[in-house]
Structure formats: C-alpha cells, structure tokens
Design a protein. Structure first.
Length: 256
C-alpha cells in the first residue's frame, strides 16, 4: 500500500504489508520490515533499516546525515528495531566513522513528538523518550529506561537500565541503572522503586538495590570505599553486580 505521491528509490527494499503515506520519501538502499506503517511526509534517508511492525508518524526524519563537522559523507547507517513507535517530527541521524558508523534504536521503543537522537547513539529495548527529549552524539541508553520531556543529555553519557529521568533535566554524567534523577544539573533522587515493582522485580531484589544505593550515595564514601563495602555487605545478586559494574566502568563520572 504505497500512495502514488510517495517516492521510493529503486534500490530500497520493502517487505510485505508495508504502508507508505502521501509525499513520503524512501532513499537508496533503505530496508523496511513487514507490516511497518509510514505516515505522510516522512523522510527515510539512504542506508536506514527499519524493523517489522513499526509505526512512523508524519514529518519524521530518519537517517539524515549527522550534525557533526567531522562527517565527510562516508557511508554510515541507522537502524530501528521491531515494533518501535516514532511520533511526529522525530529526527534520528545516522552514525559516523568515528563513532562506529551506526545509530541504533532497539525494539519496542516509544519516541514521542520532536525527540532527537544524534549520531552513533545506542538505544536499548523498550525505551520511552517523552516529547522534546534530546540526545547528543555517542549516548548509550539501557533497556527500559524512561527519559522525560525536554531532557537534554550530553554526548558520551551512559544511562543505565530501568533508570528514570525527570522532565526538563540536563544530564552531563552517567546515570546508574535502577535510579531516579532530575534537575539542572541532574541529581540522584533515590531508587526507581515504583518502576522496578511494575517490571516485576522481587521485594528482595529491590531491598538489595536500596542497600547498595545507600552505601554508594548516602553516607559519604568514596566510590572505591563504596564498592568494597557493597561487595562485603550486600548480596551479590545479578542486579547488584550490574549496578557495581556500571559505576566501575564509568568514564565521564557518575551523577551523585
């Protein structure tokens, strides 16, 4: 179901059940998966892969060249995972050679109107970005994270799984998994207890994470001291190990 006003490059590959709305453009070597619906006035640039069962609303721009002065026209890519919903005026730029050549959005994400995802970002599964959330280049966001409206995130920042960022926040350092942050500049406000409960984390897991959080961020220890104490005093369940490993591997520093 391709509207007669749509422009489809001859090298683009459209799977069965794809719908393309009026005045949309699909560029060279783009690939669109089964039953994906693309609304009117959407631009799908070259070298974009869109998975099955996605919905892309009007005026979205997917795979435009990156806003990076180092970019010199090299062949780079953007990909969108199965079942992702992309609302009006969302912009997603493809990667750069410097950043690995790929901007990636995982399965089941929900990108609300006017969101921006810059070059070389890696977005996990089931991530929600509310209206006008903005990612600079080279950002990594873990599965099931929620980014509030009007949030701006600095390049190279990492956001852990199940983190929740409140609206109008400015994020300049890494955010560990399982926590809530907000503010300009963003500060920690505790464990994301409600979100973890909704996702089915057990009471014992939430309690262990709460103990680890308190040791790291509430009693004035250095990170090295906190790592040693959490290892000694908190049960080393996978979620606690993930929490520790994320903090240990931070290069930009951790939001406190």
């Amino acid at each position: 179901m391709i509207h007669p006003t749509a422009i489809i490059d001859p090298t683009a590959q459209l799977d069965t059940g794809v719908e393309i709305g009026p005045y949309s453009i699909v560029g060279a070597d783009a690939r669109i998966g089964v039953d994906t619906v693309i609304g009117p006035h959407v631009i799908i640039d070259p070298y974009v892969t869109i998975g099955p069962e996605c919905q892309i609303f009007q005026y979205a721009s997917i795979g435009a060249v990156p806003q990076d002065l180092k970019f010199k026209g090299e062949k780079t890519f953007a990909s969108i995972g199965r079942g992702t919903i992309i609302r009006e005026f969302v912009t997603i730029n493809r990667g750069t050679d410097f950043g690995g050549g790929l901007t990636e959005v995982g399965e089941g994400c929900f990108l609300m109107a006017y969101c921006h995802i810059a070059h070389d970002c890696k977005i996990g599964k089931n991530v929600i970005m509310a209206n006008n959330a903005t990612l600079a280049g080279h950002i990594t966001i873990g599965d099931n994270a929620i980014i509030g409206g009007l949030v701006a995130i600095h390049q190279f920042v990492r956001i852990g799984e199940h983190a929740f960022i409140g609206g109008k926040s400015a994020v300049v350092k890494d955010i560990p998994p399982f926590v809530i942050v907000s503010g300009d500049r963003a500060r920690l406000h505790g464990l994301n207890s409600v979100g973890l409960k909704r996702y089915g984390f057990s009471a014992d897991t939430r309690l262990a994470l709460k103990k680890a959080y308190r040791i790291f961020f509430r009693i004035g220890l250095t990170l090295n001291e906190a790592i040693e104490r959490v290892a000694a005093e908190v049960e080393q369940i996978p979620e606690v190990v993930q929490f520790i490993d994320f903090i240990k591997s931070s290069k930009r520093g951790i939001t406190r």
